[in-house]
Design a protein around this ligand. Structure first.
Ligand code: ADP
Ligand code: MG
Length: 318
């Protein structure tokens, strides 16, 4: 039977070239780059609430880090160091092999060193703290939006939520759609490179983890502004787009979580630069609306009339 220390050594001890000292001592030692601010974020994933027991451990390892990377992406930070706190009900080496592989592969892709953590017995619970760096004053903050800014969204929205509804058998999808939506749900791609490319261009930013309307709402609240968004411009995932006459699909688009795209605002004059920056990193961005001085979020139909958020299923998730 492997001890806690065997597990840490086998599955979570890797070289940490970006740290002074990594796993193995009472604390890790890190040396931040001169002139940079540290960005620190923590996200916890609980069995039953954030993932189901039968999920592929490798995908779960990926997602556990990806949701934290997404938070740093939304700040425009370069990810550097992570710690991982794990509660495990039992020692399942097959599960640990998959989980650590998914986690460490994504970490390696973004140059993140796993520098420490904690391992204990208990109901399955995964908690990552991720640290990144941003040149002083350049962070993309939720309170940075200004009236007149354009509102942009990366990638496509609603696919992950539709995938979850499909898993719960609430919606039939074609085989291809089901695979695409499940990939969005289980294997999100954090928009780290886009966040970096938007430094100095975007003003307000957030990652879409709880649903577009709610997350844009956080920017509006923190910035003391409002917004007008054209419903027809929202970049729906193709499986969502194909069912937009369905209330559930509209709800996925506006209120579905887990997409991990970026929603950000930028001054009108830099639209071309925003598009160029996004295309350099291979991510599609769509202009969906405008920040207003009048508070509140208004979703507009094709004729420019405000739609009722309730009729779009928004209240279910608010
Ligand atoms: P302590 O008793 O000082 O808390 P631990 O025995 O918990 O130390 O951990 C030993 C070392 O292993 C520490 O450097 C800790 O950061 C690291 N560690 C523990 N669990 C993990 C994990 N899941 N992933 C990465 N490092 C870990
Ligand atoms: Mg400990």
């Amino acid at each position: 039977m492997p001890t806690e220390f065997d597990l840490i050594r086998l599955f979570f001890t890797r070289p940490a070239p970006g740290a002074v000292l990594g796993v193995g001592d009472d604390a890790a030692l890190l040396c931040p780059t001169t002139g940079m601010e540290l960005a620190v974020t923590t996200d916890m994933l609980l069995l039953g609430r954030h993932f189901l027991a039968d999920v592929d451990p490798r995908l779960l390892g990926h997602k556990t880090l990806a949701v934290n990377l997404s938070d740093l992406a939304a700040m425009g930070a370069t990810p550097r160091w992570a710690t991982l706190a794990l509660a495990l009900p039992e020692v399942d080496e097959t599960w640990l092999t998959g989980f650590s592989r998914g986690f460490l592969e994504l970490a390696a892709r973004f140059g993140v060193d796993l520098v420490g953590g904690d391992t204990t017995r208990g109901p399955l619970n995964l908690c990552v703290t991720l640290l990144g760096e941003i040149p002083s004053g350049l962070a993309l903050r939720r309170d940075g939006a200004r009236a007149g800014d354009e509102i942009w969204v990366s990638g496509q929205l609603g696919g992950a939520a539709l995938g979850l509804h499909h898993l719960r058998a609430a919606v039939p999808l074609t085989r291809g759609e089901a695979m695409a939506c499940r990939a969005r749900l289980h294997s999100p791609e954090p928009r780290v490179d886009l966040g970096l490319a938007l430094r100095g261009l975007a003003r307000g930013a957030i990652d879409v983890s709880d649903g577009f309307a709610a997350d844009l709402g956080h920017i509006l609240e923190r910035s003391g502004v409002g917004a007008e968004v054209a419903f027809s411009r929202l970049p729906a995932h193709p499986a969502v787009q194909a069912r937009l006459d369905d209330a559930l699909a509209r709800q996925c688009l506006l209120a579905g979580g887990d997409d991990y795209e970026l929603c950000f605002t930028a001054p009108t004059g830099v639209g071309r630069e925003v598009e160029a920056a996004a295309s350099r990193v291979g991510v599609r961005v769509t202009r969906v609306g405008r920040i207003t001085s009048e508070p509140g979020l208004r979703i507009l139909d094709e004729d420019g009339r405000a739609m009722h958020l309730e009729s779009l299923g928004y209240d279910h998730f608010a």
